[in-house]
Write a protein that binds this ligand. Structure first.
Ligand SMILES: NC(=O)c1ccc[n+]([C@@H]2O[C@H](COP(=O)([O-])OP(=O)(O)OC[C@H]3O[C@@H](n4cnc5c(N)ncnc54)[C@H](O)[C@@H]3O)[C@@H](O)[C@H]2O)c1
Ligand SMILES: [Zn+2]
Length: 250
């Protein structure tokens, strides 16, 4: 890898992508940063004085569901005004070329959906969907609710128990089908991880899994992460500039 010459690294990434039959891309909050969605780690991630790790948990919801809904209300309001950026657009175009490219995201903002991404795997759910906190029989499947602002405490339409955001909180298991789809995506020729701090598991383990299965691995991120020294090629820079640059070389 040529650390001194970013252009050479982009060219190498483009060459790998051109030669690949199957490409998988894992995205994180950094891909949506340029759209105005705050990341968890980095500037602007804090709400009042709470750390996201202390709020995005089943215990926090059980303790104070109204506080949790205030936080989600604030995040939903922010995200409602955000549009996909050039990074989402490039990935959406790649996904639309047959089923050769799979996009797996940890983002809950649905900006990949808005950009028209085909076959998207949403590992952590969607902030625009709700589920029944009591897991009643009729309320198990998440339902769409895009109201902004939200009532103080939205309820399950079936059993009237509090509703919760249909997102995966810290300490919760991922949906089986989504996890299987993400693991399937590690069987690829190029695995690219973009805009993720690579500290939230099991998503952070996917790039290593892909490498062990023989994929060429690459990272695009604004700063160094635990994945940077693991991958075959690391490009440091904003996803909304680097992805269009790579795309132009294809
Ligand atoms: N947009 C969203 O939906 C959103 C936002 C915040 C958190 N989350 C959730 O929080 C968890 C956080 O993990 P994560 O790794 O996705 O996010 P993270 O907040 O932990 O890390 C974001 C990473 O993106 C990098 N980054 C910032 N701006 C960038 C840019 N313009 N281009 C490229 N990289 C950039 C940062 O350096 C950082 O490494 C996930 O589980 C996710 O579900 C989602
Ligand atoms: Zn219910």
């Amino acid at each position: 890898m040529d650390r001194a010459n970013p252009g050479a690294r982009l060219a190498q990434l483009a060459e790998r992508l051109r030669g690949a039959r199957r490409v998988s891309v894992l995205t994180g909050a950094g891909v949506s940063a340029a759209s105005g969605v705050p990341t968890f780690r980095g500037a602007g991630g804090l709400w009042r004085s709470y750390r996201p790790e202390d709020l995005a948990t089943p215990d926090a919801f059980a303790r104070d569901p109204v506080l949790l809904w205030e936080w989600y209300g604030w995040r939903r309001e922010t995200i409602a005004g955000c549009k996909p950026n050039a990074a989402h657009d490039v990935l959406a175009r790649w996904s639309q070329r047959g089923d050769a490219t799979t996009i797996v995201t940890q983002n809950v903002d649905d900006l990949h959906v808005k950009a028209g991404t085909a076959g998207l795997v949403r590992l952590h759910g969607s902030i625009w969907e709700l589920s029944c906190a009591a897991r009643c029989a009729s309320g198990v499947a998440p339902w769409r609710d895009e109201r902004v602002p939200m009532p103080r405490l939205p309820r399950c339409p079936h059993c009237a128990a509090p509703a919760r955001p249909a997102v995966v909180w810290f300490g919760e298991a991922l949906d089986d089908r989504d996890l299987r789809a993400a693991l399937d995506a590690t069987a690829c020729d190029v695995f690219l991880t973009v805009g993720t701090s690579s500290v939230v598991y099991p998503a952070a383990g996917l790039v290593d899994q892909a490498r062990r299965r023989g994929a060429f691995t690459a990272e695009i991120n604004a700063e160094a992460t635990p994945a940077t020294t693991l991958v075959d090629l690391a490009v440091q820079g904003p996803a909304e500039l680097v992805l269009p640059d790579v795309d132009r070389l294809l």
